[in-house]
Write a protein that binds this ligand. Structure first.
Ligand SMILES: [Ca+2]
Ligand SMILES: [Ca+2]
Ligand SMILES: [Ca+2]
Length: 678
């Protein structure tokens, strides 16, 4: 993500208690303490009062100001003639009207003047003096850490029962470390917020209680966060929507902010507009990632009942390609009829189905024989009304149920976690209804969708998932002599489970249950994608061999004519490699990083050359080079993981790129070689 944008504004959420808001001057700077860059452009505003137009905030003259009616949701800004990366701004009060000066406000940016995102903010600026100027510099992480972490909610769903309500709700927020521990659970910190409605305080989002929530409004944009007792460096953010029909009040997009003083905030991650929330859905975000929610995630679901005949159908529609499709079947017969396993599954899309798990147990009102199975198939394309048919072997069933769902973002070649404890199975509730539960579940994958699947020859109990899970389905077939019921719940684990007990919520109790717990893992050991972008002018050359293992690497170079860059880097995940070249420039890179933080910068004069071999550990790596004419920089790289490679070339250029990609923690290194010639 580039930080340079054409539109910047000061968005005011509160002032110092006045029905009007005014600002004498606004300054914006591309470097801390640098010169104001608000020149040559156009002043923007949400509106103004009388002659107090937006331009008055940029005329560098005292005794005039931008002013407008209102104390919240109003703004003044600047449309720059060239994109600017603002890292600091200042506000100056005018010669009077101090109660009109903003108290809580955000410097926001936009690329189109319509959709705005947060850059810097201040939340409690009181006690202004006439002509006083206050400066706000974007805070950055210090060794990856900050004392305060927050989420500024922007838009929310505009449909559904509560979609138009003018407030936002979050059931739970977590800031997890790399081992999956929610750092806020250690206590000693303070929940913070812009505001709350009624008793729906910020602390409700950090209480691990699904029955409580944070709610705030109006005007939509609100923030909530947590100030730790000392600086913390979470790796993962999770957000959970309400477990009620108000789930659609969760934010559809938001910015993740940090602060060192609980007063001035800066954005560290912008989460783009998300797909719609569902009830009790928990989404997971890599704080060093690109803002897209982490998978695997559920992509469509359907269920159906069948009694008597030995086939059952369900029609499934999904939205994404490269899903793993899962089908779960429960069958029961009464008396001495015996077990009814699934013989095969076929579907109209012609997918190749395999059985993952089968669990059989005896028990029920009529000494039933119960079979619960998990089947799966890889779907290269999204499914539209795919008819999935389970063929039961051994004869008719009394009752049966089938649940089908898609899982996006899974390891498509070997989807299930390979830990020997899985699939874990258990049965219970033989004499009295109980909550299905199994102990001793472990996973090997760093990130996996954990599934708990229960079946019973009894009427389904009250739907209920345990606090860290989300209910996927709860349904019952009441035909036949007895019943077939299923309940399935899931959660995205961001660290391996170790000898864990997996259970449903305590409200879900049932007799004669059977349970399977399993996990579908993320691909490539959760290593983030690599983006490699190069723009080359005429006669430029690019050749790169990259080997990476995983944390963030940024490599930037600016070259003048005849310059050459050839790096060799080996890294752990996310890698950003960017270079801008003038004519006759050349780029060749070989990179090898393992872990801790590396910052490398070089400026080369004419004819100079730089050749690098980097071995980096698991922390941020930054490589920057500025080359003048005839300079040469040589580098090479080695990666493990998904890679995206893009290049733009001018006249006469050619691209020949042999690419070999291996996945998995022990797969051979990826070799990426790009050679340009003409
Ligand atoms: Ca002025
Ligand atoms: Ca928590
Ligand atoms: Ca809560």
């Amino acid at each position: 993500m580039t930080d340079a944008h054409f539109y910047w504004r000061v968005y005011v959420e509160a002032n110092n208690a006045d029905s009007y808001t005014s600002i004498g001057e606004v300054y914006m700077r591309a470097t801390p303490g640098g010169g104001d860059v608000c020149v040559g452009g156009t002043a923007l505003e949400s509106g103004h009062s009388g002659s107090d137009v937006a331009a008055n905030a940029f005329n560098r003259a005292e005794g005039n100001r931008w002013a407008t009616v209102g104390s919240s949701g109003i703004w003044v800004g600047y449309h720059f003639p060239i994109a600017q990366a603002i890292v600091e701004f200042a506000i100056k009060a005018d010669t009077s009207y101090l109660t009109q000066v903003p108290k809580r406000f955000w410097l926001e940016w936009s690329d189109d003047g319509v959709a705005w995102r947060t850059a810097i903010g201040a939340v409690n600026e009181t006690g202004w003096a006439n002509l006083q100027t206050r400066t706000f510099t974007k805070p950055a992480l210090i060794a990856g850490a900050a004392k305060t972490w927050a989420v500024r909610c922007l838009d929310k769903m505009a449909s559904g029962a509560f979609g138009n309500a003018d407030y936002v709700e979050i059931q739970e927020l977590e800031f997890r470390d790399a081992s999956g521990i929610d750092l806020t659970d250690a206590g000693g910190g303070t929940a913070i917020e812009s505001s709350h409605n009624s008793s729906y305080v910020a602390a409700n989002a950090f209480d691990n209680n699904p029955g409580t929530r944070w709610q705030a409004g109006a005007n939509g944009k609100q923030y909530i966060g947590y100030t730790f007792p000392s600086a913390a460096a979470p790796a993962i953010l999770t957000m959970r929507a309400q477990d009620t029909s108000e789930y659609n009040l969760a934010p559809l997009n938001f910015d993740v902010l940090i602060s060192h003083d609980s007063e001035v905030f800066g954005t560290v991650l912008s989460v783009p507009t998300l797909p719609a929330w569902t009830q009790n859905l928990q989404r997971v975000f890599d704080l060093a990632g690109d803002g897209s929610p982490l998978g695997p995630s559920i992509d469509g679901q359907a269920n159906a009942n069948f009694s008597g005949p030995s086939t059952g159908n369900v029609s499934l529609t999904t939205t994404q390609s490269d899903d793993i499709i899962v089908a779960i079947v429960h069958t029961e017969t009464t008396g001495s009829s015996g077990y009814r396993p699934v013989g095969s599954i076929i579907d109209t899309a012609g997918l190749s189905w395999q059985r993952r798990a089968q669990y059989q147990w005896a028990g029920g009102r009529n000494s039933n024989s119960n079979t619960l199975e998990i089947w799966w198939a890889y779907a290269p394309a999204a499914l539209t009304a795919d008819m999935i048919t389970a063929h039961i072997s051994g004869g008719n069933v009394d009752d049966a149920t089938i649940l089908a769902f898609g899982v996006a973002g899974a390891d498509t070649t070997s989807p299930f976690d390979t830990n020997v404890s899985l699939p874990a199975t258990a049965t219970g509730g033989a004499s009295t209804a109980s909550t299905p539960s199994v102990a001793g579940a472990s996973t090997g994958a760093t990130r996996a969708l954990v599934l708990a699947v229960a079946g019973s020859p009894r009427a389904g109990g009250t739907s209920s998932s345990s606090a860290d899970f989300t209910t996927l389905a709860n349904f019952t077939n009441g035909g036949g002599s007895d019943w077939s019921s299923q309940q399935t719940e899931y959660k995205l684990a961001t660290a391996p489970l170790i000898n864990a007990t997996v259970a449903f919520g305590t409200s879900f109790t049932i007799q004669n249950w059977g349970l399977i717990v399993d996990a579908i893992k993320a691909p490539a050991a959760g290593i983030a994608p690599l983006a490699l972008t190069v723009a080359l002018a005429e006669d430029a050359v690019f050749s790169a061999a990259i080997t990476i293992i995983p944390p963030p690497l940024e490599l930037a170079s600016a070259f003048v004519e005849d310059a050459m860059l050839a790096p060799t880097i080996g890294i752990w995940p996310p890698l950003h490699l960017a270079a801008g070249f003038a004519e006759d420039a050349a780029f060749a890179a070989a990179i090898t990083a393992l872990p801790p933080a590396l910052h490398l910068a070089a400026a080369l004069a004419d004819g100079a050359s730089l050749a690098l071999y980097l071995t980096v550990g698991a922390e941020a790596l930054r490589l920057k080079a500025n080359l003048a004419d005839e300079a040469v920089l040589t580098a090479r790289a080695t990666l493990l993981a998904a890679i995206a490679l893009a290049a733009a070339f001018a006249d006469g250029a050619e691209l020949a790129a042999p690419v070999t990609i291996g996945v998995g923690p022990h797969a051979p290194p990826i070799q990426v070689v790009v050679v340009l010639s003409w």
